[in-house]
Write a new protein. Structure first.
Length: 99
């Protein structure tokens, strides 16, 4: 499964939530994608600790964890360490793939 199969969008933090951008990480400080667990309709929102051409999301913006981003598009994005959604999906994003 790929990020693009889960409706992934790079996002920019706003005081009321976030704005969806497109498939480029430039100008984004996070990413949103649908939960990979089959049958789950909720989304997963993550913030980067190294956004491209964009300030960091404020430290108080939930979730508090910040991920190092590698890659600049939905097809090349990798995030480490793993993403652990409590009592739900725990996995990796590597080269745009969900693992
Ligand atoms: Zn879920």
């Amino acid at each position: 499964m790929r990020l693009t199969d889960l409706g992934a969008k790079f996002v920019q933090w706003t005081p009321t939530g976030y704005t969806e951008l497109d498939s480029s990480a430039r100008g984004a400080n996070g990413i949103f994608f649908l939960c990979p667990t089959p049958g789950h309709a909720h989304g997963i929102l993550l913030w980067f600790n190294n956004p491209l051409d964009c300030p960091l999301a404020p430290p108080e913006a939930p979730p508090r964890s910040r991920w190092p981003r590698m890659g600049e598009t939905l097809d090349t994005l990798s995030l480490a360490p793993s993403i652990n959604v409590s009592h739900d999906w725990h996995g990796y994003v590597i080269d745009g793939r969900i693992q």
